[in-house]
Design a protein around this ligand. Structure first.
Ligand code: ADP
Ligand code: AMP
Length: 216
């Protein structure tokens, strides 16, 4: 099964992609994570993307399409993947449709996670991640069971994203509303879209996604 999780920054795409990936043995493909890895490694792509990401703007379609196209050819994607943060423009969605045809793959569903802007600011400014395994946490909404220790890997180092500050969040939300929201119409017209209420707590959102997938 190949899926897209669509939604604004902080909606819970990464959180749900990790849970769903574990439950259904699907690979999570986050273009944001791939770009951050490229920035950290100082690759050509990383150098191109760094400033744009720090400003909360979208990296060029060509760059992200290039990385995702190569990534879905990897053997671990054969049995299914969850796209998290891609596509983010209609141009990316159109190229993705072409790529999937070329690669003889299907897109089974697009799940839209809906969350109000003000809640997103709170979600993003309180977000932090285990530096060892990447598990996501929130200061208020998702604390580790034991303070300072990752539930998944017992790691004790945590990190915050450079772009998770209030000012950059506003630019990221503007980019979402102007460039990504048109995808809701794009996928809605093709009958592949299901929407879930992302304002609910994490496990309730996961349940809605499971129901949406079983309805397919
Ligand atoms: P995205 O990948 O869409 O940017 P994340 O999955 O990283 O969003 O979630 C953003 C922050 O909100 C994280 O700190 C996460 O722990 C928290 N979070 C995710 N889903 C929920 C939810 N349903 N309710 C409360 N907090 C959530
Ligand atoms: P994310 O981790 O999904 O919040 O993405 C972090 C940043 O990476 C975004 O603000 C963009 O600058 C960039 N990015 C991630 N995915 C894409 C994409 N599909 N298209 C353009 N830019 C992206």
């Amino acid at each position: 099964m190949n899926l897209i999780l669509l939604g604004p920054p902080g909606a819970g795409k990464g959180t749900q992609a990790r849970m769903l990936g574990e439950a259904r043995k699907l690979i999570q493909l986050s273009t944001g994570d791939m770009l951050r890895a490229a920035v950290a490694a100082g690759t050509e792509i990383g150098k191109l993307a760094k400033e744009t990401m720090e400003a909360g703007k979208l990296v060029s379609d060509d760059v992200v399409i290039g990385i995702i196209s190569e990534r879905i050819d990897e053997p671990d994607c054969r049995d299914g993947f969850i796209l998290d943060g891609f596509p983010r423009t209609v141009a990316q969605a159109e190229v993705l449709d072409e790529l999937l045809v070329q690669k003889n793959k299907t897109l089974d569903a697009v799940i839209e996670i809906k969350v109000d802007d003000e809640r997103l600011v709170k979600r993003i400014t309180g977000r932090y991640t285990c530096a060892k395994c990447g598990e996501g946490y929130h200061e208020e909404f998702r604390r580790p069971e034991k303070d300072g220790i990752c539930d998944k890997c017992a790691g004790t180092e945590f990190s915050r994203r450079k772009d998770d500050n209030e000012e950059t969040v506003r630019s990221r939300l503007t980019a979402y509303h102007t460039q990504t929201v048109p995808l809701i119409g794009y996928y809605g017209n093709s009958g592949r879209l299901k929407s879930v209420d992302g304002m609910l707590e994490i496990n309730s959102v996961a349940k809605q996604i499971e129901v949406a997938l079983t309805e397919l």
